[in-house]
Design a protein around this ligand. Sequence first.
Ligand code: AMP
Length: 214
Amino acid sequence: MALDLRSKGGMNIVLLGPQGSGKGTQATLLQEKTCLPKISTGDLLREIAQGRTPLGEKIKSYQSKGLLVPDEIVVEVIKGRVQRKDCKNGFILEGFPRTLIQAEHLGKITAIDKVVVLKISDTEAVSRLSARRQCKKCNAIYGLNNLKINKCTKCGSDLYQREDDKPQAIKKRLKLYKKETEPLIKYYGKKVVEIDGSKSIENVLNNILKKLGV
Ligand code: AMP
């Protein structure tokens, strides 16, 4: 059942966690449960990267190597997105902020109410990411439980393995998470709720909803 958080005063939520912790999956489920819009910087940036513009090419060159896209680009993209009308009563940010500088910029744009941190081990993250496939069209994610599927069950498009889900890029991304993103847990202090991300999708979702008090 959906709990329309927009009519309950709204909530600005940030989802943090290493690559493969299930942020994308949980953000989609939370969007369905709470009616708040999900904003994924990875998806937004990939969409821009698909257009053959100089900005798109620049973004692609960082994303394909598993490197962070420069703060000034990502901040502008997010700024434009969270100021849109559908975010008036809250949103679920997935993949942003990823650095202290981004968090400081975000704080100037809007206040954050809760920060959900999904925790998993490096071993689990690598095995999940190596098996991950994503839909070319609607960005739906397929993991270890769906290894035999090669077409999206939602829109019928082809699935592909992202360049940054290949082993070398995965290691780089996990290292970057520890260095650049983990310090945000301290930065957000009492707003943080920590969740064991190694549990089943349903279990993780229920734990998040419980901790958010919805
Ligand atoms: P994701 O889908 O969240 O794993 O993001 C995929 C890639 O998009 C990352 O490896 C970065 O290259 C880029 N990206 C996404 N979010 C950010 C961010 N907040 N800051 C910098 N780069 C980002």
